[in-house]
Design a protein around this ligand. Structure first.
Ligand code: NAP
Length: 410
């Protein structure tokens, strides 16, 4: 369904583009040729000489399998318009984890004025210097960066957002905008104590992927899908600003939602099919194969390798029906019979998971765990345990036989 929706979305966007924007398109064409990629920096100088056109070609309301939703697209924001929109702003990225890295470098490559604020001499400080941020010029301790910025992009870990809030809150003064990439801190305010001041815009752009993907898609000239939302609109421009920043940090299409919906779906998805569920399902299938005498390589190939290398990419490209059609009649028959059995068995687990997200249990666990001073070491230990499971040790050997093999450390 998801990929069908995506397909209809891009078809509809293409169609609406054809109909709605002919005149505006002609006006926007010179700036639109500038790409949102690494080349954008070079293009920035050229774009500065290009006449700025603030043409809005309209919001796209698309029909997603019978439900109308609003989608914003990057092509409404040619580089020159984007740079003009933020010409008086300093984007202060607070935190330099995966999202800080991806969003920060993309906004910088788009020619915007970006600075980074992180703990001095921590891991992120070192990483930021490696990426070309310069101490005292574009890299500052957190509080200094907030004072210098107009758009405060809080990209600390969710636990750190809560821990540092007492120091950060007084610095978010009128005129600044507060930005998040997750609804976590403000939606679960009873637990996090993050309560934004009433007199600033509070917005969200949540890329639907790791910060590394935010960066690689941008470098390829593509854009990641992101959710956008407004928590507080003081200036009347909060939504427009969210869309513009979404474009600045590397989004291609932006889907409108609320802070609450974003955080519920995100916590649910990552615990479910995206990460927790898939590790659990892979492991369960592998264990039963091993118990029944199958070798590690056979169990791994039949569980992970074929999924990730052959079948899941087909789902990603053209949908579940396409993947089914690409398989044998024997496989199709069995999969059609077993899918509803898995669905039925799993719905109660997903119900339980959604409730655990909604009632804040997941948030409290995450805050407790990630607020420990040893959070990096604790996490490394648990991940090492996964890495040491037989399934993933077998996987390393299988991967090493691929023609394009690169060692995991490369
Ligand atoms: N990663 C994703 O896939 C993803 C996707 C969409 C949205 N998001 C959201 O984006 C935001 C950032 O996530 P992320 O994954 O990029 O970062 P992260 O890895 O969760 O956080 C890393 C940053 O937090 C800092 N930090 C941790 N504890 C701190 C403390 N006590 N005081 C000061 N700084 C502290 C780290 O600095 P040090 O190096 O100094 O420890 C580092 O700069 C979160 O709201 C997250 O939910 C993430």
């Amino acid at each position: 369904m998801a990929s069908f929706a995506t397909r209809s979305a891009s078809q509809a966007i293409r169609a609406s583009r054809r109909v709605s924007g002919i005149a505006a398109k002609a006006a926007l064409r010179p700036a639109q040729t500038a790409s949102y990629s690494l080349l954008a920096r070079a293009a920035a100088a050229k774009a500065a000489q290009t006449p700025v056109v603030h043409g809005v070609r309209g919001i796209k309301t698309l029909d997603f399998a019978g439900v109308k939703e609003t989608v914003y697209e990057r092509s409404d924001w040619p580089l020159a318009k984007l740079q003009d929109y933020f010409k008086n702003d300093t984007l202060a990225l607070i935190g330099y984890g995966s999202q800080g890295h991806g969003q920060g470098l993309n906004a910088r490559d788009n020619g915007l004025n970006v600075i980074v604020g992180v703990r001095e001499n921590g891991e992120s400080w070192r990483q930021a210097i490696e990426d070309g941020w310069v101490p005292g010029e574009t890299l500052f301790p957190i509080e200094e960066a907030i004072n210098k910025g107009t758009i405060i992009m809080n990209l600390l870990s969710d636990a750190a957002q809560s821990q540092t809030w007492p120091k950060i809150a007084p610095l978010i003064v009128p005129g600044k905008t507060l930005y998040f990439s997750h609804g976590f801190s403000v939606v679960y305010k009873e637990d996090t104590k993050v309560i934004p001041p009433k007199d600033v815009d509070v917005i969200l752009v949540a890329p639907k992927g790791s910060g590394r993907t935010v960066r690689t898609l941008f470098k390829e000239g593509r854009g990641i899908n992101s959710s956008i939302a407004v928590w507080q609109d003081v200036t009347g421009k909060a939504k427009e600003k969210a869309v513009a920043i979404g474009v600045a940090v590397g989004s291609g299409y932006m889907y409108e939602t609320t802070f609450e919906k974003e955080v519920y779906s995100d916590l649910y998805g990552e615990r479910g099919v995206l990460m927790g569920g898939i590790q659990g399902l892979f492991l369960a299938q592998y264990q039963v194969l091993r118990k029944n005498g199958h070798s590690p390589s056979e169990a791994f190939n039949e569980t992970v390798e074929e999924a990730t290398q052959s079948l899941y990419p087909l789902i990603g490209q053209k949908g579940m029906d396409y993947m089914f059609n690409a398989c044998s009649t024997t496989a199709r028959r069995g999969a059609l019979d077993w899918a509803p059995i898995f669905e039925k068995a799993n719905v109660p687990i997903f119900e339980k998971l959604y409730e655990s997200v909604k009632n804040g249990t997941e948030t409290r666990k995450s805050l407790e765990y990630n607020s420990r001073s040893t959070y990096r070491q604790d996490l490394a230990k648990e991940l090492a345990e996964i890495d040491n499971q037989e399934i993933w040790r077998a996987g390393k050997v299988v991967r090493s036989l691929r023609p394009d093999y690169k060692s995991d450390s490369e």
